[in-house]
Design a protein around this ligand. Structure first.
Ligand code: HEM
Length: 344
């Protein structure tokens, strides 16, 4: 009998009522009276008491669900009920037959955020405490505008770690070129090097030549160690004006040297070493101990035209000036054979 009485009065199956805002003068038992009226109306309409109870049990649920409609932006998508319909059985969503992904609604989730201002406990105090107490949060107090360090709700990604702020960098010593003279200015970005002309004296990094990638790698030098008294200056001294290193008798005229004549002057077997450079024939024998590239290297051009070889190694060398005292004559083609017919 108690169960039937409670059922008739609508006390069974009713979820807790949502809080109502009461107007002044409202009676305290207004919700109970409203429920009783609903039961009476249902009876008049021929509906069963049980149906009325179901209606009442469903109505507050919808009411509590109404703020959730439409669903907020999905934070995490996951399938519920194995993809068979949605989570709400008292709405039209359960008429869906295809599997559907439903958003997990996290109304109470606190989205963790971060702040741009540092929160060093040493300099600015405990910002978390300030923010939690709500004191001083605002534009004029940005250091206090940090969020409560709410742990991320399940399914949410953890916030990224805060980058180190300039304020958290170690402050340079007094008198340092990195110290900004103007108060309130930001410190220079580290690892950029000092400015030019800043009087810091630390300009080596900015004056260093940039790395080049276009120059060829250097070949190893083939220069040899010259004997004492055989330096380039010594050669210049002995080849001054009036010097004669031709290897020919004095006052000999310049010769017309043919290829056959040239081939015999190789520097071997007691002969002088002649070479051709730019159409002129030089006696290079005296220069052998003065040649920075070594005697054997120089004699590679002896007895032949060494113009191409010379040019391949050191085209910048002024051979005409250096060998003026060694000039033999002009390099000329072989003389044509004499015509014997004239002798008849
Ligand atoms: C035609 C045969 C010659 C050959 C094969 C030859 C070869 C060389 C070589 C291999 C070097 C060393 C290059 C280096 O690695 O630094 C050299 C340097 C030199 N040779 Fe010759 N040379 C010849 C003729 C001459 C002649 C006729 C002269 C002067 C009249 C001369 C003057 C020099 C000078 C001044 C250097 C030093 C160049 C420098 O320091 O940049 N060479 N030569």
């Amino acid at each position: 009998p108690n169960f039937v009485r409670n059922l008739q009065q609508g006390r069974l199956g009713s979820p807790p009522r949502p809080p109502l805002i009461k107007a002044p003068g409202d009676e305290d038992d207004l919700p109970a009276k409203l429920d009783a009226n609903i039961v009476a109306i249902k009876k008049q309409d021929g509906l069963g008491v049980a149906a009325a109870g179901r209606e009442r049990s469903a109505a507050p649920k919808r009411q509590s669900d109404e703020p959730r409609m439409p669903p907020p932006r999905p934070l995490v998508l996951e399938e519920k009920d194995g993809g068979q319909g949605g989570p709400r059985t008292d709405s039209g969503y359960d008429e869906q037959t295809t599997p559907k992904a439903w958003a997990t609604i996290l109304l109470d989730a606190q989205v963790p955020s971060f702040t741009l201002s540092g929160a060093e406990p040493s300099s600015s105090g405990d910002d978390n405490t300030a923010a939690a107490s709500g004191a001083g949060v605002g534009i004029n107090n940005p250091s206090a505008a940090v969020t409560k360090n709410v742990p991320p709700a399940p399914g949410l990604m953890a916030p990224p770690p805060r980058p180190p702020t300039l304020r958290s960098q170690p402050r340079p010593a007094a008198g340092s070129p990195f110290l900004s003279p103007a108060p309130g200015r930001l410190l220079p970005v580290p690892n950029r090097g000092p400015l030019l002309g800043g009087g810091s004296g630390l300009t080596s990094s900015t004056l260093a030549p940039p790395p080049t990638h276009s120059s060829k790698p250097k070949k190893p030098s083939k220069q040899v160690a010259l004997q004492p008294g055989h330096s380039p200056l010594d050669w210049a001294r002995i080849t001054g004006p009036g010097a004669n290193l031709r290897g020919l008798p004095n006052n000999s005229p310049y010769l017309r040297v043919t290829p056959s004549m040239l081939r015999r002057q190789t520097g071997r077997k007691g002969t002088d070493a002649w070479t051709v450079l730019g159409g002129r024939v030089y006696n290079i024998g005296p220069y052998v101990p003065f040649h920075p590239g070594g005697g054997p290297e120089l004699l590679r051009g002896a007895g032949k035209d060494g113009t191409q070889l010379f040019g391949e190694i050191h085209p910048w060398v002024n051979y005409e000036g250096m060998l003026s005292a060694c000039l033999i004559g002009l390099y000329v083609p072989e003389e044509p054979p004499k015509d014997d017919e004239d002798d008849d």
